[in-house]
Design a protein around this ligand. Structure first.
Ligand code: NAP
Length: 259
């Protein structure tokens, strides 16, 4: 049993759908006060209302993580609503597909600006408030794609997700004197709105590639994030937890066919 995070102020980016919404819901179910950020405010408000209807404390803010001023507004809103920030979950991300030779500089930049630079901007905006608490948690949603695996069409995405791990390892050192830990969860294939949009053929092929023979749930990732945000994880920093049902383990197709 983890020490309660009840009352903690939590900012989750990309929280109107998918994994971010799952993180917000699970943290709120443990008594945390959550601020859900996304660009589409109507969808973020709806997600916050859903959490409130289940008894949680949740609000929404419109923020594009790629924009410094939006991250500043997000941090300000959390402080106004909840009196500070204890936990930042940098989860916002996009995964459009484009192969090399077709990928434009604009395609590359949009993914890096959102996934990698957006994470930096969210941390930068929330950091003074995390420091002010005397302790804090930063949990980044990276991916197996980039840090461990590759997939055609996702070289920009993979670079952004591997880049996040480079970031957390140095940020963890810099922020250790402030009792702020910086860790990442690395999801495999998780059933979210974004992944559903990749189509039934992708979902079927991915399910077949996972030893547990199912896609992950958003809760599977949220509980790993919850552990990293807990008091019990105080001595863990600059580290990663893979949440993938064993997807990265088979050394060949045969390992799965022989199951
Ligand atoms: P999703 O279902 O597409 O949801 C993405 C969320 O991010 C939405 O709330 C979206 O809302 C928000 N978002 C996108 N761009 C944003 C921006 N510029 N500023 C603020 N919010 C933004 O995606 P998901 O599958 O849950 O993925 C969430 C994270 O997990 C991503 O970082 C992704 O790379 C990572 N991940 C997912 C999987 C998976 O299998 N699902 C696997 C590995 C890693 P708006 O569009 O309204 O902004």
């Amino acid at each position: 049993m983890l020490t309660s995070i009840s009352g903690r102020s939590v900012v989750v980016t990309g929280a109107s759908k998918g994994i971010g919404k799952g993180i917000a819901r699970v943290f709120a179910s443990k008594g945390a006060r959550v601020l859900l950020a996304a660009r589409d405010i109507a969808q973020a408000e709806a997600a916050a209302a859903e959490i409130r209807s289940q008894g949680g404390i949740a609000s929404a803010v419109s923020a594009d993580v790629a924009k410094p001023e939006d991250n500043a507004r997000m941090a300000r809103t959390a402080v106004e609503l909840y009196g500070g920030i204890d936990i930042l979950c940098c989860n916002a991300g996009i995964f459009p597909s484009a192969r090399l030779g077709e990928m434009s500089l604009a395609d590359w930049s949009r993914v890096l600006d959102t996934n990698l630079q957006g994470m930096f901007l969210s941390v930068d905006a929330c950091l003074p408030h995390l420091k002010a608490r005397g302790q804090g948690r930063i949990v980044v949603t990276s991916s197996i794609t980039g840090p461990i695996t590759g997939y055609p069409g996702w070289s920009h995405y993979a670079a952004s997700k591997a880049g996040q791990l480079g970031f957390i390892r140095t940020a963890a050192i810099e922020l250790a004197p402030h009792n702020i830990t910086v860790n990442a969860v690395l999801p495999g294939n998780i059933r979210t709105e974004g992944v559903e949009a990749l189509g039934p053929e992708y979902l079927a092929r991915m399910t077949a590639a996972i030893p547990q023979r199912r896609l992950g749930s958003v809760e599977d990732v949220a509980y790993a994030a919850l552990f990293l945000a807990s008091d019990e994880a105080a001595f863990i920093t600059g580290q990663t937890i893979v949440v993938d049902g064993g997807q990265v383990l088979p050394e060949s197709h045969m390992a799965l066919e022989d199951l």
